[in-house]
Design a protein around this ligand. Structure first.
Ligand SMILES: Cc1ncc(COP(=O)(O)O)c(C=O)c1O
Length: 383
């Protein structure tokens, strides 16, 4: 019999429990040899400037951090052309997603997004007892008309991941602008731009317009733009991201955040990484080049691959992706099978360094040419 089922809140009961996986030394050892292409991390590591900045603040770790992240917020505000009170720094942008849900949602209210989008939206919404409505997709990406049609009087949030995770599809700036103009006034749109730097690079190569989201913030629209240091800056392990939006709304979120949740090491690293243009350039250029290599070679294996504006590829294998991912893992490569996203034949693979991608491609070729064995690898973490 459960001791706590009747004690926990209704949203907690609805979500259910998680059995934390045990981690035997053998599993840890195996993971440390894996090429990890399953969590969209930066294959070049942290910005070197961030590394220096981290070293220089380590000796102050006995003090609590600046809870308001003032120098970083000031710099972000100046670089984005908004006021410091229109910037909120949190422990990763997922922390701000949760705060926005706590602030705007409750039982009886809902948020709208697309099917096959960022999996954390569902958790953040359901944790506060609200409902997530997932509109149908269009050509592997967001169908903005379907999203508009799904909005009702109880909707408070629309999530747009641009580019979308896991499909990598991009919505052009003019299309997002028209969508934002059509939103009813009781809805806040969250423009989640976690892969901003990659998307910006792809958009300039392809000569298309990506993101005028900051214009919406400057004119005071009911919008919050999310950005992160986890991807192009290579600081995922430090947990630091930020939102740009209306000062009043971010003020409510700030009141709800956990005290001292953004460490001083993360703040110093982020401030230094912001200006490390050389590192970011190296990362986005490798990403764009390697995305072409992977697209071509995966297509030769007769997989359907969606052209990406982010640092990963969505790949339809036409076969059970969990079994394929398990076999890849036995070959030393971790990718993300997308069954939990409703795409059981698809994987998401992070675009790595050239040599990592070649190891992945060689393993994929071996598995493709010998499809009989079914893998039995280890389950993996993350989003
Ligand atoms: C669409 C999207 N938004 C937000 C995030 C979260 O990033 P962070 O590490 O800042 O919490 C991710 C990470 O994978 C993502 O894919």
């Amino acid at each position: 019999m459960s001791r706590f089922f009747d004690l926990v809140s209704k949203p907690a009961r609805d979500l259910g429990t998680t059995k934390l996986p045990s981690s035997t030394p053998a599993l840890v050892e195996r993971r440390s040899h894996l090429i990890e292409l399953d969590s969209n991390e930066n294959p070049f590591g942290p910005s070197p400037r961030a590394m220096d900045a981290m070293r220089s603040v380590l000796s102050t770790s006995n003090s609590y951090p600046d809870d308001d992240c003032r120098p970083l917020r000031r710099e972000l505000a100046s670089q984005h052309g908004v006021l410091p009170e229109q910037v909120l720094v949190t422990a990763g942008s997922t922390a701000l997603l949760s705060l926005l849900c706590q602030t705007l949602l409750a039982r009886g209210l809902n948020a709208v997004t697309s099917r096959c989008s960022f999996i954390v939206y569902s958790m953040a919404v359901r944790t506060v007892g609200a409902q997530l409505i997932e509109a149908p997709t269009h050509e592997d990406g967001f169908d903005l008309d379907a999203i508009l049609a799904a909005i009702d009087a109880n909707t408070r949030i629309v999530f747009l991941a641009n580019p979308n995770n896991p499909t990598g599809t991009l919505l052009e700036a003019s299309i997002v602008d028209r969508f934002v103009a059509r939103l009813p006034s009781h809805v806040v749109v969250i423009l989640d731009e976690a892969y901003y730097e990659f998307a910006q690079h792809f958009a300039s190569l392809n000569q298309i317009g990506y993101s005028s989201s900051l214009d919406h913030i400057r004119r005071g629209a009911s919008a919050v733009v999310l950005r992160t240091f986890s991807k192009a800056h290579g600081l995922a392990g430090l947990r630091i991201g930020y939102g740009l939006g209306p000062a009043e709304l971010l003020g409510y979120c700030a009141r709800m955040r956990n005290t001292f949740s953004v460490s001083s090491v993360a703040q110093a690293a982020a401030l230094a990484a912001l200006d490390d243009h050389q590192h970011i350039q190296r990362v986005v250029e490798n990403n764009a080049l390697q995305s072409q290599v992977l697209l071509k070679e995966l297509a030769e294996l007769e997989f359907r691959v969606v052209p990406s504006s982010a640092n990963f590829l969505f790949c339809d294998l036409g076969e059970d992706a969990a079994a394929f991912a398990n076999r890849l893992r036995e070959e030393g490569v971790a990718v993300r099978p997308l069954g939990p996203w409703g795409a059981p034949n698809c994987i998401r693979v992070t675009i790595g360094r050239p040599e990592q991608n070649q190891i992945f491609l060689n393993a994929a070729r071996r598995i493709r040419s010998n499809p009989s064995e079914v893998g039995s690898g280890v389950s993996s973490r993350g989003t």
